[in-house]
Write a protein that binds this ligand. Sequence first.
Ligand code: FCB
Length: 440
Amino acid sequence: MRDRAFVFGAGTSSYQIEGATDADGRLPSIWDTFCVTPGKVLRGETGEGACDHYRRWEQDVDLLASLGVDAYRFSIAWPRVMRADGTPNPVGIDFYRRLTDRLAERGIRAFVTLYHWDLPQHLEDRGGWLNRDMAYRFADYADLMSRALAGKVSAWATHNEPWCAAYLGYGNGHHAPGHHNTRWGVQAMHHLLLGHGLALPALRANDPQAQAGIVVNVGPGYPASESPADQHAVALYDAYQNGWVLDPLLEGRYPEALWQHWPGCEPLVLAGDMETIAQPIDYLGLNFYSRAVLQAQGEQGFEWVHRPEVERTTMDWEVYPQGLQDILEAFQRRYPNLPPIYITENGMSSADAVDGGQVDDVQRQSYLKRHFAACSRAMDHGVDVRGYFIWSLLDNFEWAYGYERRFGIVHVDFETQVRTPKRSALAYAEFLRERAKGIA
Ligand code: FCB
């Protein structure tokens, strides 16, 4: 029964695949700036070419259709669709109209993310997410796009991974715009979450039959030992990694443990903000990749324990499928208001190469199978998971790691732009064909 409604998909994001960074009036984003700042991105690579999806999108939709996915998750590039004065850029908007129309023709549902990190640079020049006004500008952008694409979208996500946008962007500087200040990270997070809350009413008013939600990266922590100190370290880590985003969204408050870990770093919160942030959502998207094994560092800190013996990916992330079941069940216990869940990203990077026309990504096939099985076990235990999206459809620009880390189920030769479905893509297509027979 549940198979019928369950959504299988694959995902991408605008900056990581589109390329064509100055086509048709697209403005520079913080990632364009970051990429040309020496030392920020491996080998100095940029999103300028990426997968050239802006020009090859029809071929990429054909690819999705050939896989047989139910849904495609992608993001809109804010700097393509809005001019610096806040007026719409019709040519940029039209790109996403054509894309969503073609997906609909092929029977593929559109899961659309508004903010997958490509903030227009002119807004960063006004303080970016440190400036409270950004939350209001984001709501304007959500209003514009939900009017433009009304009726064409199955699910809207306000943000992708506010944790990364806030912490990596403003807290430790590993991502654009590259600031390195914990208090800034905390304040940027608050404004990102506020922007989410301010955008929801526009999404609901303009596109009432679409689901409205948000996508959050999560990861379980496990203690390196049974010692109370290591267990406390895990609680702190959990507040920093998961609770920092989920507690405000689902309970309207920041976790206390976060301020033990970062004393004196509480954000400036105005009256009514937490209510705005904690409005009900139709679904919660969770991105899952790995776990952390932790030990105490001082009284209110934690550090990762590196265990060389475990299975890893080329990101050096541990492969631990059980973590997905554990975290889903933990959230189910913890949050009485937990909305229906979509696994909006799950996947791995490996050193894939085309050999005789084929890419034999054995580890990825096994990774995906084991994670989906873990997700299924959580569903058997009562967690309401409605769908699962592989990250990613295509090898793409993996942020600070450039093009070296390949997450796609489809290989991309970045010189020729030739796409080659890897064995994992062929296996996914086969699985989806079998499922279609089963529910026909
Ligand atoms: C997530 C991002 C996505 C991709 C994967 C590997 O944090 O949402 O864009 O980079 O990690």
